[in-house]
Design a protein around this ligand. Structure first.
Ligand code: AMP
Length: 143
């Protein structure tokens, strides 16, 4: 199974934000959309970074309430780990675990084509295990 299977269920929509937005705006966006990270899109629709709730918490712990007026660019991670729709789910899980991040933007032909979170990966894995268990039960019942 590949990342494409996850995208076919959840779609290619991905919440994005501009590097010039403030952390207050980013926090509002994450809260309204009920998500943990937004992809930061710079000039030319290029992926310029990723901003997760952890980055906002880090900025708050460093600058207290003043952090909210700072820009997304000042707090985001610039070296973004991405995947393609062809990557297998076990490979992506392994990279997320090793890198200790919970969000991976999907990039196809240089363009943002969705985002996969650890929640999407776990949901997919649970469904896969349930299907395997059901198939095994049916096999045992008919053997
Ligand atoms: P997360 O676990 O996704 O909330 O993010 C934890 C930290 O990793 C934050 O500093 C994020 O900016 C960063 N991060 C999240 N996703 C990625 C990614 N795909 N590539 C690089 N860094 C990331």
């Amino acid at each position: 199974m590949t990342v494409r299977a996850i995208l076919s269920l959840k779609g290619k929509d991905c919440v994005t934000i501009a590097p010039e937005a403030t952390l207050a705006e980013a926090a509002r966006l994450l809260s309204e959309k009920r998500i943990g990270a937004a992809v930061v899109i710079g000039p030319g629709q290029r992926v310029a970074g990723i901003l997760s709730e952890r980055d906002i918490v880090r900025a708050l712990s460093k600058h207290a309430a003043g952090a909210l007026a700072q820009t997304v660019a000042s707090a985001m991670t610039r070296e973004v780990v991405t995947c393609t729709a062809d990557e297998t789910i076990p490979s992506l899980m392994q990279r997320m675990t090793a890198g200790r991040f919970r969000h991976v933007p999907v990039v196809e032909h240089g363009r943002l084509a969705g985002i996969v979170s650890i929640g999407d990966v776990v949901k997919h894995r649970i469904e896969e295990v349930e299907r395997e268990s059901q198939a095994l039960k049916e096999y045992i019942a008919t053997a």
